[in-house]
Design a protein around this ligand. Structure first.
Ligand code: C5P
Length: 227
């Protein structure tokens, strides 16, 4: 069986500028397992922001790619060259698109001398209600069957998705709040311990860490709740 990650915490760097992102990444170095660069930072500050935060630790590039397979393959190749550890695509893009992302990511990483990124399928956005077309478990299963390493799933779905994809898939769960912390804009949150007990490998936490006066200490406090 795959061993759990040494450090399960991924901190979302949802900021607009590379200086702030790099300062946070530096403060979190050695405390968080990874930092997440999402659309906000990537659109504002581009690949340079990824290169800068990567100096301080592993990067989860959360771009939720969703396009024709050729376009996704080329974008994933560029992401692979940046040396990111995790990369997201929408599972709804279908198996050919997921496979293209895995291929492109691996090729880009090899060109630049990095290990291949682990591609994750985003299942269903939590902002959508019951109108989604497919279940998170079937989307994650299909993404993994197409070559993805795992999926991004909500705390509510992690149990059923874990059952569908088995132990070897990597499951990343956002919407995590340390026990006692306010939920911010989330409708439903899980504590770090609840998420891991339900089957999460990695936990994504943003504002409770990045808005704290000492982000490194806040990250360690999240992890302390898992012990
Ligand atoms: O600040 P907060 O902890 O709420 O940030 C969570 C991060 O996880 C954000 O980057 C957000 O885009 C992402 N997220 C997600 N899916 C959810 C909830 C949050 O990808 N269901």
């Amino acid at each position: 069986m795959r061993t759990p990650p040494e450090n399960r915490l991924i901190v979302a760097l949802d900021v607009d500028d590379a200086d702030r992102a790099e300062a946070l990444a530096e403060a979190l170095s050695g405390a968080a397992g990874m930092v997440k660069v999402g659309l906000q930072l990537f659109v504002a500050a581009g690949p340079d922001a990824v290169r800068r935060v990567r100096e301080h630790g592993a990067v989860f590039l959360d771009l939720k790619l969703h396009d024709i397979p050729t376009t996704v393959e080329r974008a994933a190749r560029a992401a692979g060259r940046l040396g990111v550890d995790l990369l997201t695509v929408h599972a709804l893009g279908g198996p050919d698109m997921v496979a293209a992302a895995v291929r492109g990511g691996g090729e880009g990483a090899a060109e630049a001398g990095h290990p291949p990124p682990r591609v994750l399928g985003v299942t269903v956005l939590s902002s959508l209600g019951g109108e989604s077309l497919a279940s998170p478990a079937s989307l994650a299963f299909e993404a993994v069957a197409a070559g993805a390493s795992g999926a991004v799933v909500s705390g509510e779905d992690v149990g059923s998705v874990r059952e569908a994809v088995g132990r070897d898939a990597v499951l990343v769960v956002p919407g995590i709040r340390p026990a006692g912390h306010e939920a911010n804009d989330h409708v439903r949150v899980l504590t770090p311990r609840e998420a891991v007990e339900a089957g999460a490998d990695y936990l994504v936490v943003g504002r409770p860490v990045t808005a704290a006066p000492d982000p490194g200490a806040a990250a360690r406090a999240v992890l302390a709740q898992l012990r």
